[in-house]
Design a protein around this ligand. Structure first.
Ligand SMILES: *[C@@H]1O[C@H](CO)[C@@H](O)[C@H](O)[C@H]1NC(C)=O
Ligand SMILES: *[C@@H]1O[C@H](CO)[C@@H](O)[C@H](O)[C@H]1NC(C)=O
Ligand SMILES: *[C@@H]1O[C@H](CO)[C@@H](O)[C@H](O)[C@H]1NC(C)=O
Length: 321
């Protein structure tokens, strides 16, 4: 990869974060299972010049493979639809993944669309219509902005570094980590299994000073940034199936750029697999569905072909829209 390519990648990927008790709702129908889940993924606006010829928005293929590896299908969701169209999509999909990227978390189209889905998901879960949301990197930051109603992120750079998690005592009784073996939990706390590529984050102190965040989320882990700030690296909501990771589980299995610090050890791969399976299992509890097989077929990611991007970005493959 050329130097130009690398610096561009740094914008593309690192900018992500620059701009980038097991009690659950009791009214949920526990018996119903949906074995054909579809997880929605919001597209990201292309900002890098070298990517512009391919499309206006994109989704790195690593996130798609991650969701598919858990046993789900993926629906890409554009940022240009009307509120009514998003409400219609919400009735068909079984969960949402907020991915990393580069967007203003309060004023962008991405933030506008995310807020529509977040509000729909809150209301749905409140009435027993189970609907999970997972935020990765900027996606987790976005969840904190949506819950707090303001952007409380500060500089917490951890860039191109793999870290073990400093797990809280709540991690042991969390839903997110419930399926991890004792060995894997130990590895998670001791080995660098989590890839970090962010400049901003939520400090533990900010979290503890904000009542809305504290009431909503349980902190499952923290890590120390380059500037020594203690930032929250893993979160799950107390009463909703909402989850956030400041790190990137998808890179462990689906990104291989030699110039970047991606964890590929056996434990790192297992962690990524278990978390993808966990999130899709949450999606199986949602009974939303498309109106017809035709509508389902035309809405899914299979209608698009990822582009080889390994020579101009840090992603091997990218879907453009
Ligand atoms: C680990 O996290 C706890 C808060 O859960 C914090 O008090 C402690 O300082 C952290 N330790 C390290 C080494 O980051
Ligand atoms: C990322 O980290 C790896 C390993 O620590 C290092 O070899 C590489 O040069 C770094 N890449 C960048 C772009 O800083
Ligand atoms: C990347 O490689 C493809 C061929 O595989 C080529 O067409 C394209 O111009 C290359 N892009 C860059 C930015 O080097």
């Amino acid at each position: 990869m050329s130097n130009t390519g690398l610096s561009m990648y740094v914008c593309l990927f690192f900018a992500c974060c620059f701009c980038c008790s097991r009690a659950m709702p009791t009214r949920v129908n526990q018996e119903a299972v949906n074995d054909r889940p579809v997880i929605g993924v919001l597209t990201q606006l292309v900002s890098d010049e070298v990517m512009k010829p391919f499309g206006r928005t994109y989704i790195p293929a690593s996130y798609v493979k991650y969701v598919e590896s858990g046993g789900s299908r993926v629906m890409p969701i554009r940022l240009t639809l009307t509120t009514a169209e998003y409400e219609n999509i919400f009735r068909k999909i079984n969960g949402l993944l907020f991915i990393g990227g580069a967007a203003d978390l309060e004023t962008s189209d991405y933030a506008r669309v995310a807020k529509i889905f977040y509000t729909l998901a809150l209301k749905a879960n409140d009435r027993g219509d189970f609907f999970p949301i997972w935020g990765t990197c900027m996606g987790m930051q976005l969840l904190t902005v949506l819950v707090a109603g303001e952007n409380l992120l500060t500089k917490t750079t951890a860039e191109n570094i793999s870290l073990p998690l400093n797990l809280t005592t709540e991690a042991d009784s969390s839903r997110m980590f419930a399926g991890l073996s004792e060995e894997l939990m130990k590895a998670l706390a001791q080995e660098p299994l989590t890839g970090n590529f962010h400049h901003y984050g939520l400090t533990l102190q900010t979290f503890q000073e904000n009542e809305k965040l504290q009431n909503f989320f349980t902190v499952l882990s923290t890590n120390v940034a380059e500037n020594e700030a203690l930032f929250i690296s893993t979160l799950e909501a107390k009463e909703y199936p909402f989850y956030g990771v400041q790190w990137h589980p998808e890179v462990n299995r689906f990104q291989w750029d030699r110039k970047l610090n991606f964890p590929h050890s056996s434990h790192a791969v297992q962690l990524s697999s278990r978390l993808a399976e966990f999130f899709v299992e949450e999606g199986r509890r949602s009974l939303h569905h498309f109106d017809s097989p035709e509508e389902d077929a035309s809405s899914l990611i299979y209608n698009y072909t990822p582009v080889y991007a390994g020579n101009f970005s840090g992603y091997e493959q990218v879907y453009f829209f």
